[in-house]
Design a protein around this ligand. Structure first.
Ligand code: G6P
Length: 362
């Protein structure tokens, strides 16, 4: 029947709130009675033969694909790269000898992705569609499919599909690493980690009032905004900035924190809002000093920091988790920042101008 938003003013807020449950649903869907990760053995055999994974997607799903690269490389020791579907099909890079294609798509109907699927099938390469809609075109036409179990996503701005895609990639990378006997996969307790992620997401969601206050302080009247991070925090910056721009019409950019000084820092003025994601242990100190430098130029800076990297002055602290999965947590306050900015400006949060939930033209 008709999906209801219940007491929520908009589907987007409901869907943000559903993310902790979706983590559990994915674990249930992809573990056996003993609690071991269990994924279609034919799919894993096909992936095991591959010498490189090509992750092809668009929009938010592409950002989830960027996060997936490190999961597959670290846990399954296979090179993995995410590509924009609209670019890949017409400028196909020189492929490895045994490529395997992963199409990430909430709707399973994105035309940009389908044109890639058609082309790589004609070349005889194997493929998997990871999607929220089992009956979709891309689910039917790929060799294999994995479902996201996120439940219908109604708001145009994607939230729970993003975190579901990252969790699904983690489960798949763990399973692939295990069939390849990779020690890092054996050590990565994905079921435990996704349980931690669910609990931590819930704790962040319960800080709505604090995050709403930050949305007001940073974005109430601004016309532009910056998000920075390094490693996976950079990929979160891209998704965080997309959330803000699609529903609040604030021009927002996500940057690799180290690159800001090579040009973009010229845009920083008094009161320019900047959000810094600091979870990556390798680069936390560098990103922190990049954020300090922006603050010294008069910017308003919000730091979203993992417990392990936190300092006294940090404003939003997220619980510790395996760094590979930090995006599952750090995106939550960013989704809420975007939501409240749009809501407070009086926009139709679920139906932003010029956008469609699924884009079936190239
Ligand atoms: C549209 C939506 C985006 C989405 C993108 C990819 O542009 O507005 O929110 O990320 O399509 O959609 P897909 O269904 O393939 O994940």
């Amino acid at each position: 029947g008709e999906i209801s938003k219940g007491t929520y003013p908009f589907f987007m807020l409901k869907e943000i709130d559903e993310q902790p449950i979706v983590m559990h649903r994915l674990v249930d869907a992809y573990t056996d009675d003993e609690g071991q990760v269990s994924i279609d053995s034919d799919l894993l055999a096909a992936m095991k033969r591959a010498d490189r994974l090509y992750i092809v997607a668009a929009g938010t799903s592409y950002h989830a694909g960027l996060v997936g690269q490190a999961l597959f490389e670290k846990l399954a020791k296979v090179p993995a790269e995410a590509y924009l579907a609209s670019e890949f099909g017409y400028h196909q890079p020189l492929l490895s000898e045994r490529p395997f294609f992963i199409f990430l798509t909430q709707s399973g109907e994105t035309a940009d992705i389908r044109q890639v699927l058609v082309k790589i099938k004609a070349q005889g390469f194997p493929s998997l569609t990871v999607t929220n809609v089992g009956s979709s075109t891309l689910a039917r036409e790929a060799d294999y499919q994995l479902l996201l179990h996120a439940g219908p996503e109604i708001a145009v701005a994607s939230t729970k599909a993003y975190t579901a895609q990252i969790a699904a990639e983690a489960l798949l990378a763990k399973a692939l690493g295990e069939v390849k006997a990779i020690p890092e996969a054996a050590q990565f307790d994905v079921v435990h980690q996704l349980g931690l992620a669910s609990t931590a997401q819930q704790a962040l969601i319960e800080q709505k009032d604090l995050i709403h206050q930050w949305a007001t302080d940073l974005f109430a009247t601004t016309r532009n905004a910056f998000y920075i991070g390094r490693g996976t925090d950079y990929y979160v910056s891209l998704e965080a900035s997309l959330k803000l721009k699609e529903i609040s019409y604030v021009q927002a950019e996500g940057f690799a924190a180290g690159e800001l000084k090579h040009g973009t820092i010229a845009l920083i003025e008094k009161d320019t809002p900047l959000v810094a994601f600091i979870s990556d242990p390798e680069t936390a100190a560098h990103t922190r000093s990049n954020a300090d430098e922006i603050a010294a130029r008069g910017a308003k800076v919000l730091r979203i920091v993992t417990q392990a990297q936190a300092q006294d002055e940090d404003q939003i602290v997220i619980p510790d988790i395996d760094p590979l999965l930090a995006p599952l947590l750090s995106i939550i306050p960013a989704q809420l920042l975007a939501y409240y900015t749009s809501f407070d400006r009086g926009y139709d949060v679920d139906r932003p101008r010029n956008l469609a939930k699924s884009v079936t033209v190239e």
